[in-house]
Design a protein around this ligand. Structure first.
Ligand code: GUN
Length: 286
């Protein structure tokens, strides 16, 4: 079998078009959706992501307020900046790009963002709402993956979903999202991690396999069930260029469908961030 490649770029373009139309409607009511992005330090990967997010904002009619901060900023100063944005009525969403430099307590900064301006959905209040089935903001990568599956026509309800990776940004919120008793969810979700005894034993049972490991080619073809849908969240920089967490060639021999890296989950994460920002702007104007 040679798997169908899921075109994340095309599906993200569709979502971005919808978001731009909603942003237009808001602007005609006198509200310009505003997203503040904070990039601390000079991590090259983070700089690339934030640049892409800012560019996408402009294309969707969202005013991006860019804050590029020196790596040695104190935690107190960073919290001050967040506090100012929390109070600024022109700002509807705040994004602090992670990871932050080691001297800053990441959790403290994430918790400083007002939950109703939390464009990433990382605040514990928003994660708690997601878990309890009443989300305000869904984290961008999990939300983007859900949209990718829905819009590609893959049934999530009743499916065996296996997520490899338990990060706060992807694995945990994704499991919470896909297990909810709602449309576009209602899956049986297993989360594998470094403490899992036999990861391949789980992944081979997956109808939908989602790799968010952070290690190039951690998922090989022999770990994939015939006919599975494989979603690759990984972005790993190797000597041969960007590559995902899945061995694309090997997995393509057995899977029914697979996302490429780049061009799969990445564009969907950005589209979902724009969606979250316009959603928060709508709520603030209600
Ligand atoms: N670092 C890696 N992914 C993300 C993301 O989705 N949002 C933020 N803020 N930082 C990240």
């Amino acid at each position: 079998m040679s798997a169908q490649t899921i075109d994340g770029k095309a599906i993200a373009a569709e979502v971005r078009g919808e978001v731009a139309a909603r942003a237009d409607a808001l602007r005609s009511q006198g509200v310009v959706p505003g997203l503040a992005t904070i990039l601390v330090g000079d991590d090259p990967a983070s700089a690339v992501y934030v640049r892409a997010k800012r560019k996408a904002c402009a294309q969707a009619g969202i005013a991006a307020r860019d804050h590029d901060i020196e790596a040695d900023i104190s935690e107190a100063k960073l919290l001050e900046l967040v506090d100012g944005l929390n109070r600024d009525p022109a700002i509807h969403g705040i994004l602090v790009q992670l990871p932050l430099p080691g001297h800053i307590d990441e959790a403290r900064v994430v918790e400083a963002v007002r939950p109703d301006k939390d464009a990433d959905g990382f605040h514990p209040a928003n994660l708690g709402r997601l878990l309890s089935g009443n989300p305000l903001v869904v984290p961008a990568t999990p939300g983007g993956i859900q949209q990718l599956l829905i819009r590609s026509g893959f049934a999530i309800s009743g499916a065996e979903v296996v997520v490899v990776g338990r990060s706060n940004i992807v694995g945990k919120p994704l499991a919470a999202l896909l297990m909810q008793k709602t449309l576009g969810a209602n899956a049986t979700v297993t989360v594998c991690h470094t403490g899992t005894a036999d990861i391949a034993g789980h992944t081979r049972r997956a109808e939908i396999l989602i790799a968010a490991v952070g290690r190039a080619h951690a998922i090989t073809g022999d770990m994939v069930a015939p006919g599975a849908v494989v979603i690759d969240v990984g972005v790993n920089r190797t000597e041969t260029g960007l590559t995902g967490d899945v061995d694309f060639e090997g997995a393509s021999q057995v899977a029914a469908a697979i996302t490429p890296v780049p061009g799969g989950v990445g564009p969907m994460t950005i589209a979902q961030l724009l969606h979250n920002t316009v959603d928060l702007a709508y709520r603030s104007s209600e």
